[in-house]
Design a protein around this ligand. Structure first.
Ligand SMILES: Nc1ncnc2c1ncn2[C@@H]1O[C@H](COP(=O)(O)OP(=O)(O)OP(=O)(O)O)[C@@H](O)[C@H]1O
Ligand SMILES: [Mg+2]
Length: 387
């Protein structure tokens, strides 16, 4: 089967009003299979909306190619540019963009009335609208106005409208960002269930990493218009391709290491650290590990991969407790789901399984910041700023 959406070497530049050039999309490749739920994830300004808009045809790229269900809709080489209405896909926006003065029926019928090709009779439209509302389970709301609907019902109306004309690909630009956390969780589950049941292909933009992990069959992590990694949530979390991806998704602890080939360990200020077989061994590296991968022990295990420190704080988080441990200059975070008898100021050893240590070459530009120790995820931070 042809991919639902295929993007090859796509580039889109904007010129800012002061004349500077911004590469909103920078040589991006992406292949989305039919029925997939792909999430585009990245910080504000990384090009998520622009990528979605170029797929929809609302923005014209400078170079590259876009194919939808095997049909070329944009190609700079072949000089092809297909209009948005002929791409057989639809887009669902942040606010759902429902017309407040129109009933659910008329909102959902809107794309059919504004079709360029193949005019439909009133009864054909009526049938399609009813089918689409039945599909998303809100047939009984057909004569309501958007103001009379709950958040979930509005979302379903917008989805019915996106699906009414037979689109097999639906593009979502942060559709859940206007609702509070609890409703958002509910809408997310509902959206995923509907997508699985109907089998359409979803490309969904968010900067919320938890949302991305929950929804995606695969996540594309974007940074400055480039696709840094495209993989399943587990691949992205467990085997990040770059340090940027590792720190953007989830929390990490970091320490600097220098490879000692004769001993087969990284030398760090916390002692020798062994890493899993097959990991890269650059001369200068940043060694990253996740808070849930560190063990805590009050006795010196007397092996490599044991970092000594002092407990500074213990934060009870419900499902786990976060221990903040000062290790020399670095502050490390460890999550433990089992109760311990530790208290503040206790001396502890953090033990690290070599398989859980991620190794990235220390090239200074790939480092998000100079501070060592633990980093809060960038996704979490930007979510706070935006909401
Ligand atoms: N019409 C435009 N003219 C000039 N620059 C633009 C235009 N549209 C987008 N940009 C720039 O392109 C870059 C990518 O923007 P885009 O809207 O795709 O980001 P985003 O990842 O969707 O961000 P956010 O999470 O904040 O919505 C930004 O630097 C933005 O300033
Ligand atoms: Mg955006």
């Amino acid at each position: 089967m042809e991919p639902a959406v295929q993007i090859d070497r796509l580039t889109k530049e904007f010129t800012r009003r002061d004349g500077t050039l911004v590469k909103a999309i920078d040589d991006a490749d992406l292949v989305v299979e039919p029925g997939e739920f792909v999430v585009l994830l990245g910080p504000s300004g990384c090009g998520k909306t622009t990528l979605l808009r170029t797929i929809a045809g609302l923005e014209t790229p400078d170079r590259g190619q876009i194919r939808v269900s095997g049909k070329t809709v944009f190609s700079s080489d072949e000089r092809v540019l297909v209009t948005p209405s002929q791409r057989n896909l639809s887009m669902m926006f942040q606010s759902y963009a429902l017309w407040p003065h129109m009933t659910v029926r008329n909102n959902v019928r809107y794309p059919l009335e504004n079709r360029r090709a193949g005019k439909m009779s009133r009864s054909q439209m009526q049938e399609k609208v009813e089918d689409s509302l039945a599909t998303v389970g809100i047939s009984d709301l057909i004569d309501q106005y958007p103001g009379q609907l709950s958040g979930g019902q509005q979302q379903r109306t917008a989805l019915a409208r996106a699906l009414v004309d037979g689109s097999r690909v639906v593009l979502f630009d942060e559709p859940l960002s206007n609702v509070d956390a609890q409703v958002r969780e509910q809408l997310r589950i509902e959206l995923l269930a509907t997508q699985r049941r109907l089998g359409f292909t979803a490309i969904f933009v968010t900067h919320d990493q938890a949302e991305a992990m929950e929804l995606a069959t695969r996540i594309a992590v974007l940074d400055q218009g480039k696709v840094q990694q495209f993989g399943t949530p587990e691949e992205i979390y467990r085997s990040p391709a770059t340090e940027y991806v590792a720190t953007f998704i989830g929390s990490t602890n970091r320490m600097a290491g220098a490879w000692d080939s004769s001993a087969g360990v990284f030398r760090t200020s916390h002692g020798p650290i062994r890493v899993g077989d097959g990991r890269p061994t650059p001369k200068q590296a940043n060694l990253l590990w996740r808070p849930e991968d560190g063990g805590l022990s009050q006795e010196d295990p007397g092996t490599t991969n044991a970092i000594s420190g002092t407990v500074q704080a213990m934060l009870f988080m419900g499902s786990h407790t976060e221990y903040i441990v000062q290790c020399g200059e670095d502050r490390m975070r460890i999550w433990s789901s089992r109760p311990t008898s530790l208290s503040v100021d206790d001396h502890v050893w953090i033990t690290l399984d070599p398989e859980c240590v991620m190794v990235f070459e220390d090239s200074s530009d790939s480092r998000p910041s100079d501070e060592a120790g633990s980093t809060e995820s960038a996704a979490g931070r930007s979510a706070e700023v935006v909401s």
